[in-house]
Design a protein around this ligand. Structure first.
Ligand code: NAP
Length: 470
């Protein structure tokens, strides 16, 4: 019986070692795909299966044996079997002693078992070196050459040489290994493939709530109200006019919500007089999804631009223009040019264009390929300073859009103001609070707190009193 201790294992694979034999237990989808990929990369593959005679679907060139026979052929065994069927491995404890067992399994639910599958495998086969890997790569991605899927393979294990050996195999298959440390990280790695856009959930729910709320709000004001009071059918507004009102409102509100948690965090730190107390969980979670909030906001801003571009070709707009012209001609009435209206209109458009350009810049710098090449100060400058400038420009764009009508009682319908007035509440609150926070007297205290000063600590009090014995 072959026993290979981890100490005797080579650290890297050179060209001659590439022909080494790797054993794969399980001839299912993943076992077959990985086997084929490894054969193409020059490995000799031995499958361990319950039915060595039924090998028609397996890649050409692979040997098919029973589990025990296959295990004896290699020092590294990839377990391409679901955790529920691991029990039979206990019978092979002797054969598997000192060998590297690669656990690739996933579960159906997050934290399905008390221990990770890899830790469970290590308990079942105590003398082996278990390494977790490959579980985030799908059989399909292996077959398609991993060209259009995630290439990252998270690897963890308690034996560093065994882990290194698996990482070399990962590299030789054209994938990127990421060392996640000891086997304790296996639970986290096993949960990765089960997560469904975890950071996007809150921004998407929030957007859905905002869209539904403002859609109903606008339908009440712009469709139901004219129907009841003027018997006018304005339902066509639900196709473009109302969405073009919802998109900028959602964009501005979500952009403001990117900066609101930072403001709340600063207020909390000032109130507590320390930065060493944890923020509430909801604030932590909110801060973690700021990038996604910003990207969803940018998506709405893009939609607003597209909806705005089609305005001149809309039937309703062309019909109104034609009618106004005809009315002017027939009544022989001139519509005098208003410089103040022209100013308001041009300023509104200019602010929108500038705000949108900066918004796009913020989105671009949040891409990993861009954020990786700027340093922390540059990143902060763009995301914080330019971010606030974007918020100011977009808020000003909305304020100027309201222009002279802003807060005029004539725009109220059933006591409801225009939707854009509601859209200004959160951005204006954030900007006012930020303005207060950057006032020198407050900013100085906040900066000290962020540098570690504590209002109620003995250390800071004695330091203030000029005492050196703290
Ligand atoms: P599968 O197609 O169902 O294959 C599982 C294999 O396990 C079977 O072909 C069988 O091989 C073996 N098996 C079944 N019952 C057994 C038992 N009672 N005792 C011993 N062996 C048994 O599953 P799969 O999709 O290849 O997945 C295999 C593992 O890879 C799972 O843990 C899965 O979570 C993981 N994984 C899969 C993918 C994927 O894209 N499919 C991606 C990442 C991770 P024999 O008939 O040859 O014995």
């Amino acid at each position: 019986m072959e026993k290979i201790s981890a100490d005797a294992l080579p650290l890297t694979i050179n060209s001659s070692e590439k022909q080494e034999t790797v054993c794969i237990f399980g001839t299912g989808d993943f076992g077959r795909s990985l086997g084929l990929k490894m054969l193409q990369c020059g490995y000799t593959i031995v499958f361990g299966t319950r039915n060595p005679q039924m090998s028609s679907l397996l890649p050409n060139g692979a040997e098919v044996l029973s589990h025990s026979e296959a295990a004896q052929k290699s020092s590294i065994i990839i377990i391409a079997i679901h955790r529920e069927h691991y029990d039979f491995l206990t019978e092979l404890t002797e054969v598997l002693k000192g060998k590297i067992l690669v656990d690739i399994s996933n579960n159906l639910k997050i934290n399905q078992y008390p221990e990770s599958n890899a830790e469970y495998l290590a308990q079942l086969v105590p003398g082996s070196h278990v390494v977790k890997a490959f579980n985030t790569i799908s059989a399909w991605a292996l077959q398609s050459g991993a060209l259009d899927a995630n290439r990252q393979v998270f690897v963890c294990g308690n034996d560093s040489k065994a882990k290194q050996r698996v990482m070399d195999i990962v590299r030789s298959l054209g994938l990127t290994p990421l060392d996640k440390g000891s086997l304790m990280a296996a639970s986290e790695i096993e949960n990765y493939p089960l997560q469904l856009f975890p950071m996007w959930r809150v921004p998407l729910y929030l957007s859905a709530v905002l869209c539904v709320f403002f859609f109903c709000y606008c339908v009440i004001r712009d469709v139901i109200y004219p129907y009841i009071y003027e018997k006018k059918d304005e339902t066509f507004r639900m196709a473009i006019s109302i969405p073009n009102r919802i998109c900028p409102i959602a964009a501005l509100t979500l952009l403001a919500l990117v900066y609101l948690p930072g403001v709340i965090a600063a207020i909390l730190q000032l109130y507590r007089g320390t930065k060493y107390r944890r923020f509430p969980d909801w604030l932590d979670r909110w801060m973690l999804c700021r990038k996604q909030l910003g990207l969803v906001a940018l998506g709405f801003a893009f939609l607003h631009v597209l909806f705005t571009l089609v305005i001149p070709i809309r039937y309703y707009v062309r019909w109104r223009l034609r009618n106004m012209t005809i009315t002017q001609v027939t009544t022989n009435k001139d519509n005098p040019f208003s410089t103040s209206t022209a100013w308001l209109n041009d300023s509104y458009l200019a602010l929108g264009i500038l705000g949108f350009s900066l918004f796009v810049l913020l989105g671009i710098t949040s891409l990993p390929s861009v954020s990786n090449i700027v340093n922390w100060r540059e990143f902060r400058f763009v995301q914080s300073k330019l971010g606030y400038l974007t918020l100011i420009l977009c808020t000003a764009h909305t304020l100027v859009y309201g222009g002279k009508r802003f807060l005029s009682p004539s725009i109220l319908r059933w006591y409801l103001p225009s939707a854009y007035v509601l859209a200004l509440i959160i951005p204006c609150t954030v900007l006012v609070l930020k303005f207060i926070l950057i006032m020198p007297c407050i900013d100085k205290t906040l900066t000290r707190i962020r540098q570690g000063w504590e209002r109620n600590s003995k250390i800071s009090k004695s330091a203030l009193n000029g005492k050196t014995d703290i």
